[in-house]
Design a protein around this ligand. Sequence first.
Ligand code: GN1
Ligand code: MG
Length: 534
Amino acid sequence: MSEEEEEGRVLTESSSFPHDGPVPRSIKAVQMGLMATLRSKKTKATIGVMVTASHNPEEDNGVKLIDPMGEMVTPMWECYATQLANAEQDDLLTALKDIIEKTAIDMSQEANVFVGKDTRSSSARLSQAVLDGVTSLGGHSKDYGLVTTPQLHYMVCCQNTQGKYGEATLEGYYNKLCQAFIQLTRNASNCTDDQKHLCVDGANGIGALKVREMESRLKNELQISLFNDGSKGKLNHQCGADFVKVQQKPPTGVVINPGERCCSFDGDADRIVYYYLDSEGQFHMLDGDKIATLISTFLKELLTQAGLDLKIAVVQTAYANGSSTHYLENKMKVIVRCTKTGVKHLHHAAQEFDIGVYFEANGHGTVLFSKTAEEKIQQLTQDTNANDESKRAALLLQNTVNVINQTVGDAISDMLLIEAILAIKGMTVQQWDAIYRDLPNRQLKVKVSDRRVIDTTDAERRAVSPEGLQEAIDSLVKKHKQARSFVRPSGTEDVVRVYAEAETQESADALAHEVSLAVYRLAGGVGDEPKPLH
Ligand SMILES: CC(=O)N[C@H]1[C@@H](OP(=O)(O)O)O[C@H](CO)[C@@H](O)[C@@H]1O
Ligand SMILES: [Mg+2]
């Protein structure tokens, strides 16, 4: 399997079926139903299929396959799925047989597939096609209908752990998360009524529907003003987490008062970013890096108070703002790991620690607790010899474990955790923002004739090919203060991504442009030469 195939994101976040390809979209969805059924037979466990194209436009659609523990499918199976999705109708049987043979599947084994869908107009038809695919191979299916991606991950994990992780129903999901949230905030005496208010931009998608469904269970401990609830606007159009992060501005459709805390979900509610406007109307964003900092600081303090010796780490990608990495390593003294882009890499790295907090800068992330960590926390809550401080900390840790959806980044669960932390600490969004100052940064895209000519190492932070590119980047970076820059081929778009950060915005913009020019000249740029930003 080539690197390209391994990174082939056919089934990940931005997976979308081609709009104008020769194969009708529903045929591909049938194939994903077949695929999930095979995977279920192979793993002897329930598999999930979520019909969504996440933060992409309403017109796009795709599927995400969910493995038994609620994780994303393995790269090898992503590869098989790609083969099946690309097979023309006449070759479908051969492709199927090939996979069955290669993976030695016992076709007499039962199969179980959970199916969910987002609010896109094409989702109902596509999810029906997935269900048909499952049935055609004799698999059993359960249609959860409209759910967020993380909710379906949760159901799959609950089902495969015989209820140990929770009950595989929406009711079970809301009860677990909301009860934990209420327990966490119950004694948050530092929290004023004003601070219990949050504006949520639902991206006109499934997240909005689900926030509505959950709201009453929060018993006014959190008062949500929901915007972009799908009643008028278009999914992800000028709103949602991706728009806010990339455009660095508030979404349309939200009325924001200065100082008010706001957050945006993406189209399938697996990403979240926070922001506010200051008294001068200036926009401030609190992205995945700030979220990871808030959560890891909170957990580290609780571990100290509880007297628990558990290893905590934060996992980031090269896109994490340099200020966040510096703050975490030097001020917070937590271990920081950097992985390649893509949540499966972060998830995997986070599993190596007792507590692994992972977030992409774009707001996708969660916290993983090892079995040992969960057991030690649980024991301490019941330890009659423990002093009040450590017992209180242990209880807070236990409720934190319960409010988190460990299967995947989850906007609803992350929101509840962040809100609980702010309430417990009596912290305003401005105080949270002030933990460290983001270094100004800029992301650009360069079109090249073949982006595979760029090969990287060191978690994508250095280019090993084409020759001379890294040397060029190194000497450009030296011309700017507090600067850092890297380039990598996108796994989801046919472009090379350029990232630069530096002491000032002008400097970051200039560096990003200079590096883009180097990519254009050394890596076979197409079209016009990149122009300066100013
Ligand atoms: C810079 C950036 O935001 N890259 C995104 C984007 O990947 P690229 O490989 O950069 O196209 O899509 C991925 C899937 O949604 C997401 O995990 C990742 O964070
Ligand atoms: Mg998403």
